[in-house]
Each structure stands twice: as structure tokens, then as C-alpha cells.
Design a protein around this ligand. Structure first.
Ligand code: BG6
Length: 465
């Protein structure tokens, strides 16, 4: 195969999943907010399917990792569930079965020559910490998270070199406190701002623990995974540009700037202060955030965000929401993934890469998630029994072409991870849309490599396509 898009020999080719979406709830001592939500409102989940079995990674991890190896993935991200590893959240006492399980998983990745990238939080707050303290609105919970992080570094830092504090903390803010798509489904803009701050603080506190750990001394690295939705204005009219600027500051820079530069975006702080919704912080916390920035960035890119000035006046009776300063613009004729309802705009990956190069000190970064969720993929299963997902191959190719161009122009990207290795459970969408390189039969739990998995195998072998 002749390669027109060549990537570095040590490029991370991989895929990402998470504990709560793959493991199943087997032998877990505690419930996460998602476990609790499913137990109390199963109808909120597509086809009434919750996280109980997921893709059965808890029992199948050896065979699953072997399939990942068969594709040739050299790195895989998953997450450690707080609710599985820790028995007592206040003291950090660990659960023996949780320790055994994650040790086995890590050992198996290492044995198979796959670099394990471990994330500490993937939307899976222990529900007890929400009930007792108010979850991420509480600074005590921030400290408990740092304790959990410390335990993870102590237990697994000898073998895991790449750590992530949070996956998509903005989704916690938006899903739980603004737009009601994650439990507890609140609409409370002021609390959302405090949670946004507390998540940044929790990430910095976990990084501070990491810096003290032997893992850091052994050359380990720590980063954060952010979902970036680059904000494009409807037009170049100043009001549309200003609307997009606020959306960019709120949705993206609110985590990017503290993570990479150690400070909060001044323009954002000014607006939140004027609006009376700025978070409570102390000088010590701000210093801690300044000192504990990341070694690398993971960027999840799925869709852009298009913004316009407000045309419908903002109704203050609903309290403060970021939409006070912009309105979402639904661009006519844009390319959509109809199953997920997300715009497909591959060029944004290039824009992100150039932004990292020019405004984020060209920090080492990788695409930690990108992917296409498709409903009803069984209809693409051919006579030989495997799924012909050419649309996914095209989707990945287009994104990689833009990424390649940005790397040629100097962006410091070291990898590409697809969401996801094996079709997994997608929160309230459950198994509606499939994202994997490997198909999961929900009834038999049989797992088979899709055409995209075979294609990815060749890309990895050839260091490009
Ligand atoms: C990301 C998350 O937002 O996108 C994953 O990190 C998630 O957890 C993925 O599954 C795809 O989104 P969804 O909502 O279709 O599952």
C-alpha cells in the first residue's frame, strides 16, 4: 500500500473507553451517579439498558485486550472507577477486588505490549458523595478525589506511565448542572460555575499528588482530556464574533487555560464577575492551580459549536446560563451524523491543532477521542459475518488528513485514539449508537472485528494510509 499520509513511527494508534462504559457493575462496592440513576429511573435509558453488564470487560478483559492487540493498537485508554477501587472514600482504604481487577487489567495490557493510559474520572462520581456533600460543588469532594488519585499512583504507577485526571469535565458541568442530560439533571448556572472551578481545582490537586509520587520520578506523565467544540461565529459581524468568543471561553478555555497555563481566562472571569456568578476561590487554591499544570493534553473532538448573537432576548427569569451571551446557530446545509445529531466538520481538528501550536505553547497533545456513532449497524453485517462500516473508515480518514496537515505545519500531536475499541455502553443512549472497531452482539456478548478494525490494522502497520 502506498502511503500518502505518513505519521511518525512512535505515533500512538489506539482507542479509548472507560470503566463505567465497559466493565459492568460486577463486584462493585459502591454506586456511581449513573448506577444510581439507572436503578431509580431505568426508562431514561435507551431500551431500558443500564450499565450492569456493559461490554463485560470485568469478565472478558483478557479476550478483549487480545482483540485490541489483533488490530495492532499500541495504546488504549480506559478509566479506574472510584466506586470500584475505593472501599472507604474518607480514608482512601481500597477494595481488594478492585485492586486485583485493575492490577490484572494493567498487567494484561503490558503483557500484550499495549500502553495503558489511565483516566481517573469519566463522569462516574460515587453517588454517596453527591448525597452527602453535593458532589462536585463541594471542596471536600475535591480533596477526596485527590486522595483517590494518590492511591492510584501508589498502586499502579510502577506500570502505568500515562495518567489522565479527568475525561471531559465540561460534560459534568453541562450534563449535571445546565442541560439536564446527566443525573442529577439540575439547571443552576451559578452552581455550574462553582463546579467548573472545583473540577479544575481537583485536577490540579491530583497533579500535585502525582508530582510527589514515585511514578513521576520514574518518568510518568499526567494530563487531562478535554472535549473541545471550537466555536465558529455565524458571520464576521462583531456581535456574532463576540458571541462565539464567549462560547469559546466558557466551553473550551475554561479548562484549557488552567490546565496548560495555570490561570483562568481573564475575559471569562470578568464576565462571570459582572454577572454575579463567579466561583468562590482562595489565594492558596489559585496558587496550587498555577503550579500544577499538565504535561500533555488529550483532546476529544466530535463536533464544532456554531454561535450567533442573541436574537431572542435572554429571559433573566430562568437564572444565569451561559446562553445569556450567545445563541447556538444551526447552520443550514451542514453535514450531520443523523444518529447522534452532531455536525461532522473534520477541518476543526486542524483548527484545534493550530490553536494548540500557537496559543497553548505547542504542548504535546493527542486526539484522545474522535469517532462516529451509528445506529443499527447490524444491517451492514455481510455474509461472512462482519460489519462493513465504510462510513467509519471515511470519517477517520478525513479527520486524519486534517490532523496530518497540522502536524506537517508543526503541531505537536503524538497520537490518535478512536472512540472506541469495542462497542460500549453510551450513558443514556445505552447501545443505540455503535462506535467501535469491534462489534458487540448484545445477546451473545460475541465480539467481532469490523471492517474499520481491519483497515486500522493496515494503517498502523504502514504508519499511515
Ligand atoms: C465522549 C465521552 O463524550 O463521547 C464518551 O467521553 C462518550 O464517554 C462518547 O461515550 C460518545 O458520546 P455518546 O454520548 O454518543 O456516548
Amino acid at each position: 500500500m502506498s502511503v500518502t499520509h505518513e505519521f511518525p513511527k512512535d505515533f500512538w494508534w489506539g482507542a479509548a473507553t472507560s470503566g463505567p462504559q465497559s466493565e459492568g457493575r460486577f463486584h462493585k462496592a459502591h454506586r456511581s451517579v449513573f448506577d444510581y440513576w439507572f436503578d431509580t429511573e431505568p426508562a431514561a435509558f435507551f431500551d431500558g439498558i443500564g450499565p450492569n453488564v456493559a461490554s463485560n470487560f470485568y469478565n472478558d478483559y483478557r479476550a478483549d485486550i487480545a482483540l485490541m492487540k489483533q488490530i495492532g493498537l499500541n495504546s488504549v485508554r480506559t478509566s479506574i472507577q472510584w466506586t470500584r477501587l475505593i472501599k472507604d472514600f474518607e480514608t482512601g482504604e481500597t477494595d481488594p477486588d478492585g485492586v486485583r481487577f485493575y492490577n490484572n487489567v494493567i498487567d494484561e495490557f503490558v503483557r500484550q505490549g499495549i500502553r495503558p493510559v489511565l483516566n481517573l474520572h469519566h463522569f462516574d462520581l460515587p453517588v454517596e458523595l453527591y448525597e452527602k456533600y453535593g458532589g462536585w460543588a463541594s471542596k471536600h469532594v475535591v480533596d477526596l478525589f485527590a486522595l483517590f488519585a494518590k492511591r492510584c499512583f501508589e498502586l499502579f504507577g510502577d506500570r502505568v506511565k500515562d495518567w489522565v485526571t479527568f475525561n471531559e469535565p465540561m460534560v459534568v458541568v453541562e450534563g449535571e448542572y445546565l442541560y439536564e442530560f446527566h443525573y442529577p439533571k439540575l439547571v443552576d448556572g451559578k452552581q455550574a460555575c462553582q463546579v467548573l472551578y472545583n473540577l479544575n481545582l481537583a485536577s490540579a490537586k491530583a497533579i500535585a499528588e502525582f508530582r510527589k509520587s514515585t511514578c513521576a520520578q520514574l518518568g510518568g506523565r499526567i494530563g487531562i482530556v478535554l472535549n473541545l467544540t471550537p466555536a465558529y461565529p455565524r458571520s464576521d459581524q462583531p456581535e456574532d464574533v463576540a458571541a462565539a468568543k464567549f462560547a469559546e471561553d466558557y466551553k473550551n478555555n475554561s479548562f484549557l487555560d488552567p490546565a496548560v497555563h495555570g490561570y483562568f481566562t481573564k475575559d471569562l472571569v470578568d464576565v462571570l464577575k459582572t454577572d454575579g456568578v463567579l466561583w468562590e476561590s482562595t489565594t492558596e487554591e489559585i496558587e496550587l492551580i498555577a503550579k500544577n499544570t499538565v504535561d500533555f493534553l488529550g483532546i476529544n473532538y466530535y463536533q464544532p459549536f456554531r454561535a450567533q448573537r442573541r436574537e431572542i432576548p435572554y429571559d433573566d427569569a430562568q437564572g444565569w446560563l451561559p446562553e445569556k451571551h450567545f445563541q447556538q446557530y444551526h447552520m443550514p446545509g451542514c453535514r450531520m451524523n443523523p444518529y447522534r445529531g452532531w455536525e461532522i466538520y473534520p477541518k476543526a481538528i486542524y483548527d484545534i491543532a493550530i490553536h494548540v501550536r500557537d496559543h497553548l505553547s505547542n504542548i504535546p497533545w493527542y486526539i484522545s477521542e474522535n469517532g462516529m456513532g451509528v445506529e443499527g449497524e447490524e444491517r451492514f453485517r455481510n455474509a461472512d459475518g462482519f460489519i462493513e462500516d465504510d462510513y467509519r473508515i471515511d470519517f477517520i480518514k478525513e479527520h486524519l488528513q486534517w490532523l496530518h496537515k497540522a502536524m506537517q505545519e508543526g503541531s505537536n500531536c503524538f497520537g490518535y485514539h478512536l472512540w472506541t475499541p469495542i462497542d460500549c455502553w453510551s450513558w443514556s443512549n445505552a447501545y443505540k449508537n455503535r462506535y467501535g472497531l469491534i462489534a458487540l452482539d448484545l445477546v451473545t456478548q460475541e465480539k467481532t472485528i469490523k471492517k474499520s478494525g481491519l483497515w486500522m490494522h493496515d494503517v498502523i502497520q504502514n504508519h499511515g494510509f
